[in-house]
Design a protein around this ligand. Structure first.
Ligand code: SF4
Length: 121
């Protein structure tokens, strides 16, 4: 089975600790993480489909704008050296994380409410 995920979720899901917007949202993430292969999307993905903030195909989270989320996706793919349409797996992602995580954290994690969960700071 193949998951379909947007760029920033390829990074953020490595730090998933069971927290989320609702029980259904969290359950869905566990199902997605069971899938071995990942097809990279350029926009809303399997995680977004269960998210209460997805409205008309856009992220309507009140902490971020859709433009910011799309910019995060592009930056995640740049750092990982992936492109939309590629099929990857979690091992490929995990191997690249150590080299890119400092830059990712500096750009995006400081203002994120999940930072304390992801990095236990
Ligand atoms: S907050 Fe936005 S990017 Fe995150 S899962 Fe929900 S719709 Fe997708």
């Amino acid at each position: 089975m193949k998951a379909k995920l947007r760029g920033h979720h390829l990074i953020c899901l490595n730090f998933f600790r069971g927290e989320g917007y609702s029980d259904d949202f969290v359950r869905n993430i566990y199902e997605v993480l069971k899938k071995e292969k990942v097809e990279i999307l350029a926009g809303p993905d399997e995680i977004c489909l269960e998210c209460p903030y997805l409205k008309d195909g856009k992220c309507a989270n009140n902490e971020y704008s859709d433009d910011l989320i799309l910019a995060q996706d592009r930056e995640a793919l740049r750092l990982l050296d992936f492109m939309p349409g590629m099929i990857v797996d979690w091992k490929m992602i995990a191997e690249r994380l150590p080299d890119i995580l400092d830059e990712w954290k500096a750009q995006f994690c400081s203002g994120c409410k999940y930072k304390k969960i992801c990095f236990k700071t």
